[in-house]
Design a protein around this ligand. Structure first.
Ligand code: CTP
Length: 416
């Protein structure tokens, strides 16, 4: 019966905690994926002692998340909120006594518990622990509390436990959990009917981050872009139903869920990746900080420090956006970004014309709270008809939303 389950298009967050039963999360992910569900795995740090993120990441075809504040991940600390909104169902399997207690009392000390608090969807908790822990009045009170606040709890199964004891405490088998998942999902509307979202059925191409141009195997020419603006745009477009491809230079950010990621390093690689996908895209947002010059003759071995002065011969990289603009489909929407320190509006208008764009987003990297490495941005939007709009300084995620609002209002249905 389970073989015919159809969970296509349903979004499931699977939280895995530190119990020996964590190994059963692997077949559970596999079966969810086979049934067509999209799966985002979250693990507590202790879960990683029992099963590796690599295993669950490979099976779920996505990055496994553990920490709310991953090192060097500027801007991504709100992912628990996005995931909480994305999920149609949140399953915690296995749920240890510790996690059951945390969920019952609203703790949010990991990506898993914080996402559980943010989730608007049903939660299905599948406890797994030793017999006496399960029987303990504190655990039973916590499980009752979970049901009071509206969570589904699958009672632990009876049988042999890892300690050698026999009793109630085993995690239900993945097939049983899958059956319950299907039942709960059958009673739940998808969080948003994908067809109703404004970018449903549209391809969006976003570029982000810096490029790295090799001087030799140990050195590169690059810039301080962190990719935050492009990643925020990719995430916002995906949340509006678009099928998003994110072509990204090297960054420390983890990609948003539901976005196809193409990782590149050099301007040349970015050019190839973008030109290969550019004509299919209905909207292109070129937020990457592409190097304009690359060493003409990168050395294959590390240059030795010999002379007092070193002169590098640089040659221009392809102008990716200009090439796209020259060969654009008339119904495409092309949005460029302009980094300007002097005569910003005049220079940006020139780029708008020269690259044949519909919009250009101008910002000044020297301004406080704008540009590279800042979590906020202050931009001006320019349109070829002469219109311009100054947006106030705001978080880059909000700049992304505002930009999409403007673009979608102006261009109703490109590509159809
Ligand atoms: N861009 C591009 N390919 C390049 C350089 C820039 O596609 N080789 C894109 C950027 O991603 C951005 C827009 O062109 O969307 C403008 O980039 P910017 O660096 O502001 O301007 P440049 O065209 O490089 O001109 P300049 O450096 O002289 O200001």
């Amino acid at each position: 019966m389970l073989a015919s389950l159809d969970l296509s298009g349903r979004c499931v967050v699977l939280g895995v905690t530190g119990s020996i039963a964590a190994y059963k999360a692997a077949p559970l992910v596999r079966q969810l994926k086979k049934a067509g569900a999209e799966v985002q795995v979250l693990m507590t740090p202790d879960a990683e002692r029992f099963v590796t993120p690599l295993t669950l990441g490979t099976l779920s075809e996505g990055e496994v998340l553990t920490e709310i504040f991953p090192e060097n991940e500027e801007g991504s600390w709100t992912k628990h909120v996005t995931l909480g909104q994305w999920a149609d169902l949140f399953v915690v399997a296995p749920a240890t006594a510790q996690t059951v207690a945390k969920l019952a009392h609203g703790f949010c000390d990991s990506m898993l518990t914080a996402t559980a608090l943010s989730a608007r969807c049903p939660l299905l908790v599948c406890p797994a622990m030793d017999r006496d822990m399960y029987r303990h009045a504190a655990t039973q009170d916590n499980l009752d509390r979970l049901q009071e606040i509206g969570y589904e709890v699958m009672p632990a199964a009876h049988g042999e436990l890892a300690s050698g004891l026999v009793g109630q405490g085993r995690m239900p088998e993945p097939e049983e959990i899958l059956g319950r998942v299907a039942e709960v999902l059958a009673e739940t509307e998808p969080t948003e009917a994908p067809g109703d979202l404004p970018l449903a059925g549209h391809d969006v191409l976003v570029t982000a981050g810096p490029t790295r141009e090799p001087i030799d195997p140990a050195r590169v020419l690059t810039n301080p872009s962190t990719g935050t603006m492009g990643y925020a745009l990719a995430e916002a477009a995906a949340a509006r139903g678009a099928s998003v491809t994110l072509v990204t230079g090297p960054t420390a950010l983890s990609p948003p869920p539901d976005v196809e990621v193409v990782s590149v390093r050099t301007a040349e690689e970015m050019n190839e990746a973008v030109q290969a996908r550019g004509t299919d895209a209905d909207y292109v947002f070129m937020a990457a900080a592409v190097a304009d010059y690359t060493p003409a003759d990168p050395s294959t071995s590390k240059r030795k420090k010999r002379d007092e002065d070193l002169v590098l011969h640089l040659r221009q990289t392809p102008d990716i956006l200009k090439t796209l603009g020259a060969h654009r489909r008339p119904d495409q929407v092309l949005v460029g970004f302009a980094l300007e320190t002097d005569d910003a509006l005049e220079n940006a208008r020139h780029k708008l014309d020269e690259k044949n764009l519909d919009w250009i987003v101008v910002n000044d990297p020297t301004e406080e709270g704008a540009g590279f490495g800042s979590s906020t941005n202050r931009v001006t939007l320019l349109h070829p008809d002469g219109a311009s709009e100054d947006l106030p300084r705001m978080p880059k995620a909000e700049v992304a939303e505002a930009l999409l609002d403007r673009v979608l209002t102006a261009h109703h249905d490109p590509g159809t």
